[in-house]
Design a protein. Structure first.
Lengths: 268, 543
């Protein structure tokens, strides 16, 4: 499966590069409405045609992918750090602290995520620029997504803290922060990587879900969520197969994120 | 030989005539409801599905002809409004029976009015008749004559009876005994309803044959519009009463004969600014939003024609004001939609001290003009309109942030916290009479969206609208009412508390199997003449 991993990494690099260079590659602004050409078919001017407001779909795919590909890993990093801190400390300390933290984590896991997101989003100030709104959306995702990962990390940290090498380190006089930082954290790295890579596609999908509900990234900034909304009524798109490009890209990118994980890193 | 030939011709003619008669009767008409009806009690109907059942089963004293928009007698043969709009007297048809065979009389009308006005029932239909403190008095003058007196005068009183389905005072079946063309025969919760032909229905066609022609109506409950369209195309259902522009175009591309665009409907889409004095907005923004020049400038900077062409694919018209051109009597034809003119918009803004600086509009104190507009998430037409307004306003240096909110959060903001700047929503209008808009235009009303529940009118023009709306409501002189409401429309056009954007067209799709269908702009667009529809002979035979 090495070749599949290499292909996935290569694909993600190409897509990321294309998105980062969107300012140079995109033939038009993602927001500009070519009002004489709504719902246009692909042409030399508009490679993927235009959307229902006449905006160049190719440009929107590039910028939308950039939004999702930059911010989903950022949110995944935030969630992994939160999970590492909460789960790591709970697992390392054990005892009543672990029980309390895990009870809190279970409570957090039982919350209906989507409704929570919708509620929190409704409470946010209205007058924010689209770019700020997208950062807020992904920060919310990052802040709300730590619980599952924290459970896994806590269990791993607990097992490690009772392992022979930790006992040896304790016997050698290591304790507290030094024990945590020098001996425990390096051994948690594989699970942290795995949690990070698993979270990225989860956040991309969550943002897409919010977008489909019309509660994702604010107009006119595109994201995969808003791009996928075009596909919500099947009967109106059946004659325009190029509308499926964002969906195909979305599936391939999310699949690539999963292929990036090695066998060792995959959760059991 | 000649006699044989004549006999043969007569036989052929008789067979042809029988075939034509058969083609006009029988069969099952099928269409979809988008939700389950919340009630089968006609007096409590408030949702679309319940209103559909009420229309198909209920017998009313007077019916608003959806084509001509005139009021026509139904169970009543004549009526008279007297006592300054407080009393209405009906002469009723003789010899009519409910679907269960119970005889119809003035007592049933009295019973229905008593039920309708019962405060414990909370009838939404009854609310329209609540004109003032006091009881509604019904006086049965004869078996076929009744006078109903209200505590205060109600303008357009007779038209309100279009919504009142008469119930039997004596039938053991209660609200299930009906006087309309159909009765509810089967109700499979969440799946379908079957209505059967009411054999006691009183109407007959021009040839004296009993109506309705169609034997039964099957109402499938289907929320998904994609599936509904698919059912129509496959012939599983016979029509879609109201369809949006995208599906409409899809049907046009497949079978143009099926698609019907009846023109502008009564529904409108509009923007308003928050003008509530106690709202948590900064003072400089309140000053923008309460300025007539600012609102007029925003209105002129919006390209309504593009909105019609792109967001609604041509199936809408630029809106003028609170009354759609579809409302033949009440529309003020002197008014025209505000033209798209960004130069004029900037001139208006300059009068209030706004100026363009580095492509950004600033007020006289130097604040950059930026505000947010909220609309309900999931409504793609409104989201499109908001995005188009965003681009249009950027043309005069205004930065607009579009925010989509779930509906409960949006309602919370516009009715309770007033923590918003501008809102884009639509007004669904079912009634032609301006009295239905009293709750919007009176400054003391809760639905006076830009500044609701005012103790005293905040502006002189709102005070003038209050005066005119009350004046038109207190007289039954149609000409005087029209003059007053024309003035209200003129003030609304000048002041633009609502920036009207478009009136959507009434779009529907009807299969060729349904005959005598003439879709109109008023609800219900397709089946308003349900008793006169018939199915093609093949469909009638197979169902």
């Amino acid at each position: 499966m090495k070749w599949a991993r290499a292909t996935a990494i290569g694909f993600l690099v190409v897509v990321s590069a294309a998105c980062l260079l969107a300012n140079f590659i995109a033939p038009a602004s993602y927001a500009h409405q070519f009002r004489e050409l709504p719902n246009a078919a692909p042409s030399r001017q508009h490679l993927l045609g235009t959307d229902d407001l006449g905006r160049d779909r190719f440009s929107r795919v590039l910028y939308g992918t950039r939004v999702s590909l930059l911010l989903a890993p950022a949110a995944a990093l935030l969630t992994t750090l939160l999970a590492a801190f909460i789960g790591g400390v709970a697992g390392f300390a054990g005892g009543w602290l672990q029980r309390c933290v895990m009870a809190g984590t279970d409570l957090f896991l039982s919350l209906p995520w989507l409704f929570l997101l919708i509620t929190v989003r409704a409470l946010l100030p209205l007058n924010v620029a689209p770019i700020v709104s997208v950062v807020i959306t992904f920060t919310l995702l990052g802040c709300l997504g730590w619980a599952g990962a924290a459970r896994v990390i806590c269990a791993d940290a607990r097992a490690l803290s009772q392992s022979d090498f930790i006992l040896l380190a304790r016997a050698s006089g290591s304790s507290g922060f030094r024990l945590l930082w020098r001996h425990l954290v390096p051994n948690l790295k594989p699970i942290l990587y795995a949690q990070f890579w698993i979270s990225v596609p989860v956040f991309i999908v969550t943002e897409a879900n919010l977008g489909i509900l019309g509660l994702g990234v604010a107009e006119p900034l595109p994201s995969w969520g808003s791009l996928l909304r075009e596909l919500e009524s099947f009967s109106t798109i059946s004659g325009q197969p190029w509308q499926f490009v964002p969906l195909i890209l979305f599936i391939v990118v999310v699949s690539s994120f999963h292929l990036v994980l090695t066998k060792k890193e995959l959760p059991v | 030989m000649k006699r044989r030939l004549a006999f043969f011709v007569l036989v052929i003619l008789a067979v042809l005539n029988t075939t034509m008669v058969l083609a006009q009767s029988g069969g099952e008409l099928r269409f979809c409801l988008h939700t389950e009806p919340k009630t089968l009690n006609p007096l409590q109907a408030a949702d679309d599905a319940s209103e559909t059942i009420r229309y198909l089963t209920g017998g009313v004293l007077l019916r608003e002809n959806r084509l001509t928009q005139n009021l026509e007698p139904e169970l009543a043969t004549s009526w008279k409004v007297t006592n300054g709009g407080k009393t209405i007297t009906f002469e009723l048809r003789d010899g009519l029976r409910f679907s269960d065979g119970t005889a119809f009389s003035a007592d049933d009308v009295a019973y229905t009015m008593q039920q309708l006005m019962d405060p414990a029932l909370h009838s939404p239909t009854g609310d329209a008749f609540r004109s003032g403190e006091g009881k509604v008095e019904t006086k049965v003058l004869a078996k076929n004559r009744i006078a109903i007196t209200f505590p205060a005068s109600i303008a357009g009183l007779d038209r309100l009876f279009d919504q009142v389905a008469i119930m039997s005072a004596t039938s053991p079946q209660k609200e299930m005994a009906v006087l309309g063309p159909y009765y509810v025969s089967e109700n499979k919760a969440g799946a379908y309803l079957i209505l059967k032909r009411n054999s006691n229905y009183w109407k007959k066609d021009a040839d004296g044959r009993p109506l309705p022609h169609i034997e039964s109506v099957r109402l499938e409950i289907q929320q998904n519009r994609d599936i509904e369209v698919l059912h129509l195309v496959r012939g599983d259902i016979d029509f879609i009463n109201s369809i949006d522009a995208e599906y409409f175009d899809k049907i046009v591309s497949q079978d143009p004969a099926m698609a019907h665009d009846a023109g502008a409907s009564l529904d409108s889409e509009e923007i308003w600014f928050n003008q509530v004095a106690s709202s948590p907005l900064p003072a400089y923004k309140k000053a923008w939003f309460t300025s007539t020049n600012f609102r007029r400038a925003i209105s002129e900077a919006i390209n309504r024609e593009d909105m019609v062409r792109i967001a609604f694919r041509g199936h809408a018209v630029s809106a003028v004001g609170p009354v759609s051109p579809a409302n033949k009597f009440w529309f003020n034809s002197k008014l025209q939609p505000h033209p798209f003119d960004q130069k004029s918009a900037l001139q208006r803004l300059a009068q209030d001290g706004f100026r363009l600086q580095d492509s950004a509009l600033r007020d006289r104190d130097g604040h950059a003009v930026e505000f947010s507009i909220i609309t309900n998430a999931g409504n793609k037409y409104r989201e499109r309109m908001a995005t188009m307004v965003q681009q249009d306003l950027s043309g005069i240096g205004i930065k607009l942030n579009v925010v989509t909110l779930d509906f409960p959060s949006l309602i919370e903001r516009i009715t309770r916290t007033f923590d918003y700047e501008a809102c884009l929503l639509g007004l669904v209008n079912d009634e032609l009479d301006p009295n239905a808009q009293m709750t919007v235009w009176l400054s003391s009303a809760e639905n006076h969206q830009w500044n609701p529940s005012q103790k005293t009118p905040a502006t002189a023009w709102e005070a003038e609208i209050d005066k005119l709306m009350r004046a038109q409501a207190s007289t039954s002189d149609a000409k005087k009412r029209k003059e007053d409401f024309d003035k209200v429309q003129e003030i609304a056009w000048q002041q633009e508390p609502f920036i009207y954007l478009v009136n959507k067209n009434a779009l529907s799709a009807v299969s060729a199997t349904v005959h005598n269908a003439h879709p109109v702009v008023l609800r219900p667009q397709v089946y308003w003449n349900i008793d006169q529809l018939w199915l093609g002979s093949e469909v009638a035979r197979n169902r």
